[in-house]
Ligand binder design. Structure first.
Ligand SMILES: Cc1cc2nc3c(=O)[nH]c(=O)nc-3n(C[C@H](O)[C@H](O)[C@H](O)COP(=O)(O)OP(=O)(O)OC[C@H]3O[C@@H](n4cnc5c(N)ncnc54)[C@H](O)[C@@H]3O)c2cc1C
Length: 376
């Protein structure tokens, strides 16, 4: 692996950092407080090309690769995880269509999802399960040239802005299949967004499917092979979440340094205290390690060598690093950090979700360990 960024990757870092500093920073608090989806910022990210960094040029992407994708997410999440995570969430459907979609599906959906003209939602989780595909109860019953989808999904991020949804449902094979569904279809109902603890403003919604008729042509991949679609998409989503974790950790480190430099303890800046230096050192080391495992994993994907356990490893490690780093950052900020006056409490809430969504850490460990055991 080349440890230097090429010119195009440096441009991505510059573009994402400028966007974060000039457009996102001043909005981060309001998005969180009001649980407000930043649709204008999502549109702007599309205009800047940030949804197409890993997508082929023929659909409007720039084909710079998954490392560029991770770099953009990281830089924006350092300022607002809600905004940066939009890129990772949108990438789930993009990746599913790119790897498993028909030419027609690619032509119809990818250009709009890459330009930011519209977004997508990826609905796997149900009330009774987010971790176990066998427990899915949403059904897809074949009827002529269509399937009739019925059931309930929940935690579907970006749902109200989506022009297309990927819905996972059990079909007549008894296994899970993936379907592209038009959210405007009769019987497709998006309910009020959930009040989440962190990454607020992501428009995370329950969806009800009441006999939604979906053309057979909207199957993504083969019938009964939806789990492959899910895993392939999630492997890319997990690189994105690892980058989110690195972003939020580096944001917390930066805030802690700023705070400790200006806060006085016994007439000296807090940064003079060995205990604070020790915390900063630990935060820096963990962030840096998480950063490089994330880049390395993205690089494996770019080179076509990514295994499921690689993205699981990156997400597991980076999410643990982020939750530890924000905890240390909170300690540096003391009681003021615990108030809504300072921003660190938002990062503290945001970081936690990286250990939960798109495969909980407990299952990640089993995936990695199981893969190693089988190899042995
Ligand atoms: C902000 C946010 C956005 C989200 N966006 C989306 C989205 O866009 N689309 C979507 O489909 N979902 C989304 N989700 C849902 C998320 O992916 C799931 O909630 C997640 O996969 C965990 O599933 P669960 O909540 O059912 O947890 P459960 O599966 O109930 O797990 C709860 C706990 O049980 C334990 N556990 C469960 N299974 C195992 C096991 N096999 N081995 C060992 N321990 C286990 C673990 O300790 C785990 O933490 C989102 C969630 C949040 C919070």
């Amino acid at each position: 692996m080349d440890f230097d960024f090429n010119e195009a990757e440096r441009d991505v870092i510059q573009t994402a950092s400028d966007f974060a500093a000039k457009k996102v920073k001043s909005r981060a608090r309001e998005i969180d407080e009001k649980n407000l989806f930043p649709s204008d910022l999502a549109t702007e990210m599309g205009r800047l090309g940030l949804f197409g960094l890993h997508m082929p040029e023929e659909y409007g992407g720039t084909a710079l690769g998954y490392k560029a994708y991770a770099l953009a997410i990281e830089r924006i999440c350092a300022v607002s995880m809600t905004v940066g995570a939009i890129i990772a969430i949108n990438s789930l459907t993009q990746e599913a269509i790119l790897r498993f979609g028909t030419d027609e599906q690619k032509r119809q959906h990818l250009p709009r999802l890459i330009s930011g003209e519209s977004l997508s939602t990826f609905a796997f989780t149900e009330g009774q399960t987010g971790s176990d595909p066998r427990a899915i109860t949403t059904t897809a019953v074949p009827e002529g040239d269509t399937y009739i989808l019925s059931g309930e999904k929940t935690f579907a991020s970006l749902a109200p802005s989506a022009s297309v949804a990927i819905i996972f449902a059990k079909d007549d094979t008894g296994k899970v299949s993936a379907f592209l569904v038009d959210p405007k279809a009769a019987g497709f109902m998006i309910e009020k967004e959930l009040e989440t603890m962190g990454i607020r403003g992501e428009d995370v919604c329950p969806i009800r499917l009441n006999n939604v008729r979906v053309p057979r042509a909207n199957l993504v991949g083969e019938p009964g092979k939806g789990y492959n679609v899910l895993l392939t998409a999630i492997n890319v989503g997990q690189i994105g979440i690892a980058a989110e974790a690195v972003g939020v950790a580096s944001g917390a480190l930066g805030m802690s340094l700023d705070y400790a430099r200006t806060r006085m303890v016994r007439e000296r800046p807090m940064t003079d205290l060995p205990t604070i230096q020790s915390l900063l050192g630990e935060m820096s080391a963990r962030t840096e390690a998480a950063r490089w495992i994330t880049y390395r994993t993205a690089d494996l994907k770019d080179k076509g060598h990514l295994r499921g356990r690689d993205s699981a490893t990156a997400k597991l490690f980076a999410s643990q690093a982020a939750t530890d780093v924000v905890d240390m950052a909170m300690q540096i900020h003391g009681s003021y950090g615990y108030t809504k006056e300072l921003e660190i409490e938002r990062l503290y809430r945001d970081a936690k979700v990286t250990q939960i969504y798109e495969v909980v850490s407990e299952v990640q460990r089993l995936i990695i360990g199981g893969s190693l055991a089988r190899e042995a």
